[in-house]
Design a protein around this ligand. Structure first.
Ligand SMILES: [Cu+2]
Length: 174
């Protein structure tokens, strides 16, 4: 009698744990499957983000990774957002030890490969911000590709977890 009761309590505990684990798994699977990733055909745009800006800042920058691992490749030709008066594709490069940005007409996404937009390199430049970029907020950004067409992604405003050269480059350039 005592043994039986202990056993059944044990089983309730085991079943409860299993239910907990499986529900956690069920909940986490769809979230991980679109862990802030957007797709357009075979193109994937992973984790679009922008750093918070100061209240008076006129410009901001968006970073992400675009890949076409299973596709024929494409070309990013433009970006636009209601968050800024003008949006350009920029590339930062070091010339004579000075970081400078220049506008590029497009960025090739090679077949079976990925292109990283990151501080100190490629970025989407937001010029004439319509409002301060506040950590925790997000805003829409439309990306246009030569062949695949357009896709709207959601840009999260958050700290960039890497080196921070781009901020200085922006100050110097604009
Ligand atoms: Cu720029």
């Amino acid at each position: 009698m005592v043994m039986g009761r202990e056993r059944s309590i044990w089983w309730v505990a085991v079943l409860g744990l299993m239910a907990l684990v499986s529900s956690a798994w069920l909940m986490s699977t769809p979230m991980n499957a679109n862990a802030h990733e957007f797709s357009l055909g075979t193109l994937k745009i992973d984790h679009p983000m922008a750093r918070p800006t100061a209240p008076v800042a006129k410009n901001g920058a968006v970073f992400f990774t675009i890949s076409d691992f299973d596709g024929p490749g494409d070309r990013l030709v433009s970006a636009s957002t209601p968050q800024a008066a003008r949006t350009e594709i920029h590339k930062t490069s070091i010339v004579n030890d000075v970081a400078r940005m220049e506008k590029v007409d497009g960025v090739a996404i090679p077949a079976g490969d990925a292109v990283v937009f990151e501080p100190g390199g490629l970025h989407i430049m937001l010029m004439g911000l319509k409002g301060q970029l506040v950590e925790g907020d997000s805003f829409p950004l439309t990306l246009e590709f030569e062949n695949a067409g357009t896709v709207e992604v959601d840009v999260k405003v958050e700290q960039y977890h890497a080196h921070d050269e781009e901020g200085d480059a922006h100050k110097g350039h604009h």
